[in-house]
Design a protein. Structure first.
Length: 416
């Protein structure tokens, strides 16, 4: 029996034990896991350094190395994320709807776990802890397949978490990590309908589309983030600059970072140079259309490919448009349905923008960087969904549940 089948079986067998756990038992397990991460952070950071060294030898980009890196504070942040999940309401067993039929039948809709979740993800080892916490709190077993670039980090984190579970009511077999990170094993995982109830891919566009197209297991699709900030003619200068700079530079390697800034021509005439200066202070390379280059000769020439690019680094495309309508059409053409922002003091422009742009998260006078499970109050997140079936946006605990119907009668029969 190969590793994939063996670990998938163990995860599946643990489902019944998970279903019997109380909220208190699950929360106690999460607290143990959080404490273990903090206590073992030196070990985790040391194992992470092996991945970082290998990434540097392989000339991996700085953006990907940033995603891969675990510092002492990032491990503490992971532990705090687990504690936040422990503090959240347990969705399992919740009656979300109920009604009584004319025949006296009481019908209740109740939240239940999805079952066994397969997670395929790239580079970011913090996902290992976040996915584990969310899946287990929602009563799901989880089979993790991280990338080879984070193999030392992922193995260290899972080893620590599974040891912590040995002293709790939550079965350690509910958390599984594949050590085989080959493409062949990943492809086999996509067909594992006898063991997995759902797959969640998290990473670049290539990985996500491969999983969506090839999987036989149902997929919860997380999306690529080609996010935009549109600065309207009425936008306040200081607010607009602050939002655009934050959206691009706060952490450029993540999916909710801004990749294109759209400027109304009237605003650009007055303030583009100041915006450019602030971006360059943060090390940003700006690529713009001819209107932008006419106002600032230090802006590089943009290409058609730039409008669709998820840079994930300190590069931004800049387009000067003549109206809100033009900004909307640009986003409709190039956006990925992730996060879009408008900075404006004109209510009609805001209404037009938010009613016509189709994305998981729409912002008015705020940075796109807030599209995040923790920022939304969900604790950790399993990913950002840009699809429309089941869930959309940051996926927290309730996104990892399904439902069943409970029907209570007093002896009713269908036949008269």
């Amino acid at each position: 029996m190969n590793e994939l089948i063996e670990k998938a079986q163990q995860a599946k067998w643990s489902r019944e034990q998970l279903a019997l756990l109380t909220t208190e038992e699950k929360n106690e397990a999460l607290q143990h896991m959080a404490e273990a991460l903090e206590n073992e952070r030196n070990f985790i950071v040391a194992e992470n350094k092996k991945d970082i060294d290998e990434a540097k030898e392989a000339n991996i980009s700085a953006a990907l190395i940033d995603r891969l890196t675990l510092s002492d504070q990032r491990v503490i942040g992971m532990a705090n994320g687990l504690r936040q999940v422990a503090e959240l309401e347990n969705p399992i067993g919740e009656i979300t709807e109920e009604w009584t039929r004319p025949n006296g039948l009481l019908i209740q809709k109740q939240r239940v776990p999805l079952g066994v979740i397969g997670m395929i993800y790239e580079a970011r080892p913090n996902v290992t802890a976040e996915a584990s916490a969310l899946c287990l709190k929602a009563g799901n077993a989880v089979l993790l397949r991280g990338s080879s670039s984070a193999s030392h980090s992922n193995q260290a984190i899972v080893d620590v978490l599974k040891r912590a579970l040995e002293d709790t009511a939550l079965p350690p077999t509910a958390l599984q990590l594949l050590t085989d990170t080959s493409r062949e094993t990943a492809n086999e995982m996509l067909k594992l309908t006898d063991y997995l109830d759902v797959l969640i891919p998290r990473g670049g566009a290539g990985l996500i589309q491969h999983v969506v197209k090839e999987a036989a297991v149902p997929v919860l699709e997380t999306g690529v983030g080609n996010c935009h900030v549109y600065i309207d003619a009425s936008a306040k200068k200081e607010m607009a600059i602050q939002i655009a700079v934050d959206a691009k530079t706060d952490r450029p390697s993540v999916c909710n970072a801004c990749e294109t800034i759209l400027l109304h021509a009237d605003w650009a005439d007055n303030y583009l140079v100041e915006l450019s200066e602030e971006l360059r202070k943060q090390g940003v390379t700006i690529r713009g259309n001819e209107k932008a280059r006419a106002l600032d000769g230090n802006i590089e020439r943009v290409s058609e490919e730039d409008w669709s690019c998820e840079y994930l680094d300190l590069t931004v495309a800049l387009n000067i448009v003549d109206s809100t309508e033009d900004a909307i059409r640009h986003i409709q053409s190039y956006g990925t349905g992730h996060s879009e922002a408008i900075v404006s003091e004109e209510p009609l422009s805001v209404e037009n923008f938010t009613s016509r742009i189709d994305a998981a998260a729409l912002y008015h006078n705020a940075s796109t960087r807030f599209t995040d499970g923790e920022e939304f109050g969900f604790g950790a997140e399993i990913g950002i969904s840009t699809q429309k079936l089941h869930v959309r946006g940051p996926m927290g605990l309730t996104a990892l549940t399904s439902n069943k119907y409970l029907i209570k009668g007093t002896g009713q029969t269908k036949s008269k």
